[in-house]
Design a protein around this ligand. Sequence first.
Ligand code: ADP
Ligand code: MG
Length: 923
Amino acid sequence: MTHAGSGRKATVAAEGGPDPRTPLPELLRALDAGPDGLTSAQARERLTRYGPNQLRRHRRRSWWRELGRQVVHPLALLLWVAAALAWVSGTATLAGAIVVVIALNAVFASVQERQAERAVEALTRYLPQRARVRRDGRWQEVPTTDLVPGDVLAIGEGDRVSADARLLDGTVEVDLSALTGESQPAYRSADAPDHAGSRTEAGNLVFSGTSCLADEAHALVYATGMRTELGRIAALSQRVGREESPLERQVRRVAWLIAAVAVAVGAVFFPIGVLAAGMPVADAFTFAIGLLVANVPEGLLPTITLALAVGVRGLARTGAVVKRLSAVETLGSTTVICTDKTGTLTENRMRVTALHAGDELLDPLPERPDRPGVALCALAGAMVACNNAELRTDGAVGDPTETALLRLAAGLGLPDRPDRAARRAQFHFDPKLRLMSTVDAVGGELWLHTKGAPEEVLRRCTTVLTADGRERPLDDARRAELTRAVTEQADRGRRVLAAARRRLAATPGHPPGGAGAGPGERAGVERDLTFLGFVAMIDPPRPEVPDAVARCHTAGIRIIMVTGDHGRTAAAIARQVGITRGDATVVTGVDLDRLSADELRRLLSDRREVVFARVSPEAKLHIAEALRADGQTVAMTGDGVNDAPALRRADIGVAMGRTGTDVTREAATMVLTDDNFATIVAAVAAGRRAYDNVRKFILYIFAHATPEVVPFLVFALTAGAVPLPLTVMQILAIDLGTETLPALALGREPAEPGLMQRPPRRRTEQVIDVPMLVRAWAFLGLISAVLVLGGFFVVLLWAGWRPGDPTGPGSPLHGAYQQATTMTFLGIVACQIGTAFAARTEHASLRTVGVTSNRLLLWGIAFEIVFAALVVTVPVLRDVFGTRPPPPELLALLLLFPPVVWGADEIRRAALRARRRTATRTG
Ligand code: ADP
Ligand code: MG
């Protein structure tokens, strides 16, 4: 290719690339591609020319825009009003201070929002998308970002299509809803006629962002990145706003409520100050404004967003990638986990341990098998023919059930590679039918090979292959005998798979079935089979699962196994991992279909130990619905295409990152990068922890209201005989310098012991509830208020003040009064340190968490102390905040404050724990 040529092509591409509706040979020429794909050198060259196959991310909001957004945030606007009022009333310092409050808060909020955004964006790293393409003449997996025009792409069931492409062969059923909004599946076929109308209606094109629901095809990529249909839409559409989580909604409501209270407190103070205490109007006014500003919780929301984002990031590291921030809190309230068996509870490492062929049961399989007989050869042959896996030197690829069958054949010294050249048609494994079949040409004849669930296979068999290779009619006695043998294996927790075959025709003419074959045709072929035997596979439970199951049980979370496997197998595994203890109720898909929605709901609420077996993916949807109707918060796992609706319906849809399909990964709220059940439990624990931590810092932030408000009550109620214990600038100093960092640190508290020994939180429970407010305001706050006022009075009395003595500027006691207000200020800071330690746990004693286990909090407190020290010692700041250091011997009193507040709460918690213990003992 000449340079000039590639230059010209680049301009064509920039204009939208070649028209995919031109006849295929022309399209191939325009793309300079062939039906056998590109070479890696070509792909590399094109990647630099066209750029990576990804949607250009929207530009981040600039720093200034973000700051600007924070500055006009509704709560900030309230503060602006306060600043304006302060300005009008002639106190420029206060007005300036409020503006500083707004500015600092805006900076803090922007930093937090940005960090939260970054944490969420980083998640995509954990879920790399891959595509199968033909390069250098063989199929390879590449990151989807490396796709280039001209690539030949393989599209299979459950795959997300990652570029716009024209089908070369095959037929697929696709979900175009991402592009067209139309949720009906559409059929796209390589043989569809060229279409002149809109591209999305063309019968032979598939598009990036859509997904394949069934069948498979190969396709020629003609557009990538922003040149795809999806890219065009993305270029048009605006950045989608992040949906607010219920937690954030609740907190926003409460923030407004508190803001309203703050306004009311300010409004009430003003007349009382003027009328009852005889304050000068201007002073009363500024103080009212100060109170208002101090109590508006403007920093609360970004702190919560960040706490959730930090939770999300932590989860991703443990193997659970959550796609919405709100999922973290939903996870914490999970009451039921509906889980698959294979691969989630078990390792998905199957090994055949027993088999039955030609009337003979080999259990266990002999180490060194003799030459396999005719029947065994037929069984293994069918299982290898009807198989899409492959054993490679660098490991096996494909469904573990199928690779186990190939390994069995290899162990027997038989061919272990499906002869793809001989295959004429395939009926995919259908989780509803629980069967898979292929039509293969064997020695000039066409044979149907079927494998699947033993009941399903047996039902379609009329004869059975004997040890000497003859076909004998399958009478009822024989059928019952085989069923019994299968059940015996299943009872030991083994996965049983049977195989059968039928000769279709003497000459390979037009094969029946294949891609796009109707269900009628399939049923017409999968009948009158000859039963060849069955194999029993073990798939050991993951070692960490029994522990995780036990953790769920102590945490009051129910586990319901939902599997396509045999009821006995399911029950045995459920028992092995501890999901059920006694005799579980096994509900099969057939039973389930007979139940009405209401009966199902009743069954689920009456019976604690239920195992669903032989159920279809649609049944999962009904189970999710029934549980939700019963008020449960449901996490549901899934991996196949058909599981997607159930995952969407559950509160937390959980997809498998390794074995699952792209379709389920898209429908899910959470993707497990390790497919492990134990990770779901870890995620629930993380969700509970994140929610708890949000409560912890709200408690902390709320607790300071009492020691700030009570002094002014004392002033008002004594009609001014006691001077105001705190100046307005000092209130702002507390609000500004001492709150934010420890609050942030509380958002990262380690989990409290007992976290998973509590029953799940109810969904209706409010994040800010009455006991919490009582603890914040009436307990921690009140103790603080008493200590703080104590400090204030001690300083005043020490200096010889008596109630009613003047303390204003110029009076002899003014210096002592300034020391006393400084004592109040420092007292509140000291008490907040105690409160921070108290807030670290809600039930447990701090000792069990470790006093120094939250480093960030220790830093926050260190900052708080330094800030307070500066306010009291640096001359400029002393003038601004009107502080004056109290006498050292009185300052030493402050050392008592934190341990008193914290200690009081330790005692309160210990008492609560004791009460709960006696309650559980007697109750
Ligand atoms: P689960 O994942 O819950 O174990 P599946 O839906 O994968 O259940 O499988 C259900 C049943 O279908 C299995 O018990 C087995 O009998 C049959 N089966 C599973 N995989 C295959 C396959 N590749 N080919 C044929 N039959 C299969
Ligand atoms: Mg499965």
